[in-house]
Design a protein around this ligand. Structure first.
Ligand SMILES: Nc1ncnc2c1ncn2[C@@H]1O[C@H](COP(=O)(O)OP(=O)(O)OP(=O)(O)O)[C@@H](O)[C@H]1O
Ligand SMILES: [Mg+2]
Length: 405
């Protein structure tokens, strides 16, 4: 593969005031360069990394899919669209290899997302917090391009340079503008190499900076006026952006930009069982990476945590009979995962390794009571009116009462 844009090494300069690499301002994008050349699960120093990228963590599954995938692949795609969807949703390959589901949700939605990436439109994943937008975006990039690290993290302070390119000021001052002095953004690299770029939290980026993407997505080119040159996107380039429903109205997408995207809305898990399934899978994976390997069967506790989350989120008990008030925080699947993971760690380090109500109660309280006054009242009411009355939940009620006072 011809690579026309190489990341410029940042020269140590005596003057620390000039940011040599503008993309280093954006958390996440800095990792793009750092991970190049790193081994599968190890850092450049040979240490085991805390969280391997999707393409490394699931390298075996991706390799098995690539080996057995005989369907047509779009230019520079590592897999066919069918195999990408199978990677995300899970399945069993003809030779018996099991592909674990990464995303639990409607198949059609994944198919639309994957197909979009094979067209000239970019993909926008939209949804409430914790609906796996970032997760799906990472796995899509890993499966399509074999690299999920071409990432720009959107914030209110994201500058245009993080999307276009910046300059290595030491080089620039010494030799003037040249291709060597240019520091490409992850998006520019994706264009040059025909890869998938990712933009996280697009709607947090100021509107004028967002608009930088219009030329990139419609003309498929990134002009470099300083050099009288341009970088044209080669086949295989596309972009996945994520945006949070809660940020609506902060920096809404301009209609010009919205037209360049196909929007896929990721829903909350439709049933308790689906959510329990998601939480237990992720907790199992996280537990193993934290060496909580003897993860005991805590499915009943997980079901109770998920039930509490769903009831407080929906404002009504699961039997539909009692109305409850919703607290101020987001009680997403992602929070349920972290409550259970913390509980497992407590059980492993300070208990007998079996996940019990007492291990999840403190985490649950922390997740529900964000506003110390209003949320505490809501939580107490819920405990007394719903949890206390529920058959088989006495231990859970007691454990929650104990940490709540
Ligand atoms: N439907 C689902 N299938 C699989 N995993 C899920 C699902 N929903 C949530 N998760 C899990 O929830 C966690 C959080 O997801 P993620 O961070 O991608 O959410 P997000 O939508 O990007 O949230 P935010 O809006 O806060 O950025 C991930 O670990 C993911 O595995
Ligand atoms: Mg996210």
């Amino acid at each position: 593969m011809t690579v026309s844009v190489e990341p410029t090494p940042v020269e140590p300069s005596g003057n620390g005031s000039a940011p040599a690499n503008p993309s280093a301002h954006t958390p996440g994008s800095a990792s793009a360069g750092a991970s190049v050349g790193a081994g599968a699960h190890t850092s450049t120093h040979g240490e085991e990394v805390l969280r391997p990228h999707a393409e490394n963590a699931f390298a075996d599954e991706l390799a098995a899919l690539a080996a057995q995938d005989d369907r047509p692949r779009p230019t520079r795609w590592k897999l066919s669209p069918w195999a990408v969807a199978t990677y995300l949703l899970g399945g069993t390959l003809p030779d018996g290899t099991v592909i674990t589901p990464k995303y639990v949700g409607p198949r059609r939605l994944v198919e639309v997302a994957v197909t979009t990436l094979a067209t000239d439109r970019a993909l926008l994943l939209l949804g409430v917090p914790g609906t796996a937008k970032t997760w799906v975006s990472e796995h899509l990039a890993a499966a399509v391009s074999g690299d999920s690290t071409l990432l720009v993290q959107g914030t209110a302070g994201t500058p245009e340079e993080a999307i276009r390119y910046g300059w290595n000021y030491a080089q620039l001052l010494a030799h003037g503008p040249s291709r060597d002095a240019l520091v490409p953004s992850p998006v520019m690299r994706a264009m040059a190499e025909g890869m998938t770029a990712r933009v996280e939290e697009l709607t947090r980026i100021p509107a004028d900076v967002q608009d930088t993407l219009i030329t990139i997505l419609s003309e498929k080119t990134l002009p470099i006026p300083e050099l009288g040159q341009e970088v044209q996107a080669v086949r295989g380039f596309n972009l996945i952006a994520t945006a949070n429903d809660r940020d609506r109205g902060v920096n809404d997408l301009s209609s010009a930009l919205r037209r360049r995207f196909n929007t896929v809305v990721l829903p909350l898990p439709e049933s308790v069982e689906a959510e329990v399934d998601i939480v237990s899978r992720r907790v199992d994976q996280l537990g193993r990476s934290l060496d909580l390997s003897a993860a005991p069967d805590g499915i009943d506790e997980i079901r109770r945590v998920v039930t509490v989350f769903r009831e407080l989120r929906d404002g009504v008990t699961s039997d539909g009979r009692t109305k409850v008030k919703s607290p101020s925080g987001t009680l997403s699947t992602a929070e349920a995962i972290s409550v259970v993971t913390n509980g497992l760690a407590l059980a492993a380090h300070f208990g007998d390794g079996v996940l019990r109500a007492g291990d999840v109660a403190a985490g649950l309280l922390g997740a529900v009571v964000r506003d110390p006054a209003a949320d505490r009242v809501i939580w107490q009411e819920y405990l007394e009116a719903v949890v206390r009355e529920r058959d088989g939940w006495t231990d859970f009620y007691r454990a929650c009462r104990e940490v709540s006072v």
